[in-house]
Design a binder for this molecule. Structure first.
Ligand code: CMP
Length: 137
């Protein structure tokens, strides 16, 4: 059993995709064990993307994530990390397969709708950052 983090970015919230994305997660058989709609503090987003600090897109992605409300969701299930990554699709929506969230709803890497943890270690770190109070399971 694994728990992973999904962020629905401001573009996804703006486009009223909270329900659609959450529906897909639940329909797959995964369990939502943490859920909040927040205006993310810049420091939290900077910490979240710390591995990208030296990348040219770092400032833009941090500014984007703080441009409006986001959803932070903790998702639990067998192989949840890999299952969620596959459901969201490739980081660049142009490479994302139809049937994935990005393949169905996104066109550009700057507005790729969601973030999901890349591996179990990243999931543990990111869940601690976004759910310091813990999750319900
Ligand atoms: P995410 O999975 O949230 O991780 C880092 C984010 O930076 C990524 O999704 C994209 O939204 C954004 N980004 C912008 N440009 C790039 C790029 N060239 N490579 C990777 N991520 C990028």
């Amino acid at each position: 059993m694994e728990t992973t983090l999904v962020l629905i970015k401001p573009g996804g919230v703006n486009r009223n995709l909270i329900g659609e994305i959450t529906r897909r997660v639940e329909a797959r058989g995964l369990k939502v064990v943490g859920l909040k709609l927040i205006n993310a503090p810049r420091e939290t987003v900077e910490e979240h993307y710390a591995e990208h600090r030296e990348r040219p897109f770092f400032n833009d992605v941090v500014t984007y994530l703080t441009s409006g409300p986001i959803v932070a969701m903790a998702v639990q299930g067998t192989n949840a990390v890999k299952a969620i990554r596959a459901m969201m699709g490739a980081t660049n929506p142009l490479d994302a397969t139809p049937g994935t969230v990005r393949g169905d709803f996104a066109l550009t890497i700057d507005d790729n709708l969601t973030h999901s943890s890349s591996d179990p270690d990243a999931a543990a770190r990111e869940l601690g950052l976004w759910f310091p109070e813990g999750t319900v399971a």
